[in-house]
Ligand binder design. Sequence first.
Ligand code: NAD
Ligand code: UGA
Length: 455
Amino acid sequence: MGSQKKIVCIGAGYVGGPTMAVIAYKNPTSVVTVVDINQERIDAWNSDTLPVYEPGLDDIIKKVRGKNLFFSTDVDKAIEENDIIFIAVNTPTKDYGVGKNMAADLQHWEAIARQIRNVAKSDKIIVEKSTLPVKTAETMEIILNTGSDVNFEVTSNPEFLAEGTAIRDLIEPDRVLIGSRETDSGQKARNELIEIYSAWVPKEKIITTNTFSSELSKLVSNAFLAQRVSSINAISAICEVTGADVQEVSQAVGADSRIGSKFLNASVGFGGSCFRKDLLNLVYICHMHHLHEAATYFENIINMNHYQMQRFVDNVIRSMFNTVAGRKICMFGCAFKANTDDVRDSPAIPIAQTLIAEKARLVISDPKAMDNMNEVLGKPQNVSFIDDPYEAAKDSHAILIITEWPEFSSLDYQKLFDVMVKPAYLFDGRNMINRKACYEIGFNVNSIGKEALIH
Ligand code: NAD
Ligand code: UGA
């Protein structure tokens, strides 16, 4: 018999939905409710078309929804009825006021703290699932415990899942991190969380720390991952002008077990809703503590990323005789990475916007993310979205590979070449194609971090 806990998660997004689905699945005797103020999202979670695309998610949802996993918009009721409250609301970069374009916007967070304080009638364990500035737990405790008879124990349990592999990451995590106070009630809260995760995560993978170490570790993890991508992208620029091959360099460097081989794929730049946001968050924290050199260090990871995206699209324009006006350009992929429909902060956005500003006619093909991309671009007239890559490439002057969807490497490039305007260009932003074969077909091939192959 497993534990019988009453768990709620506030925020039914990319994190709240999948995370709670796995917790419910692995803790069948506990009851898990996910609430959100967004009615449309909750309706989608209760339908056959889930609001986020994630491989394996549908199967798990089908197994638990209506049994011990429920989706609702009644936030007050859920706060009142449950003992453990995970909070997985969005914490975007502030776009107004003090700390604009850098600090985390904690308005949703603060609103929830007040709502919990006003509604709760019994003791609660509060779990920070969102990514937050270090010491947010302290602020949260002040808001919650001012003028309330109820005991609120604030813990930190950041989420490390990556989109596209969320279910695998949740089921087989590298680690689960739980930060809490060392007081009696802090330890009790920590044990409750350990019990939930022990249902499937080996004990040695559950790391416990103080609350602030846990909060900071999440920001640092993303900063380190982003730093690796920016480092290899900086190297890709050197490779392109020296005759070195970035994939060979990655392999050689990554073979050193102290460095490791993961996250060394040169690309059009990193995207996603978190790397830039969390780096900016870290930069802001550094400035707040007058650690300006540390701030500059982390800021340069973002600067390098902007440079890489710009470098890619500048190269497209330059290679095509400095004008793409009126020419049809085909983008393969717009999701920020493969296996997701998410386009938040996708490199595809600034690349598309630059080409639109240059008056190119864009055709975008992506297996999952086209609707989101159309929305983000503001449904412009000179951009069309076509499922079939061969249809998309018809009469185009160039193909740009932006997202590493595996299907793009197995396309028939001869067939694509045949329907394109000549000279036909191929810009591989993910190093996925057999570039030599494509060159022999007739393409002018530009690959990230490799010398161009031009006829
Ligand atoms: P999201 O935007 O997909 O979902 C957040 C949800 O919170 C939205 O549906 C929103 O309506 C809801 N919400 C906001 N205010 C609310 C309120 N007052 N009451 C109820 N619901 C409210 O965001 P996400 O991608 O799931 O990210 C959530 C957090 O997790 C962020 O802090 C993010 O940094 C972190 N994170 C995200 C990922 C990821 O892969 N997306 C991974 C790890 C951590
Ligand atoms: C990232 C982290 O990997 C997660 O651990 C973290 O929980 C999450 O952020 C978060 O906090 O939101 P995610 O952004 O979903 O996950 O995806 P990643 O696999 O990290 O990829 C991020 C970006 O880097 C993508 O655009 C990807 O294409 C790019 N990337 C990644 C490269 O360009 N090269 C690489 O070698 C790896």
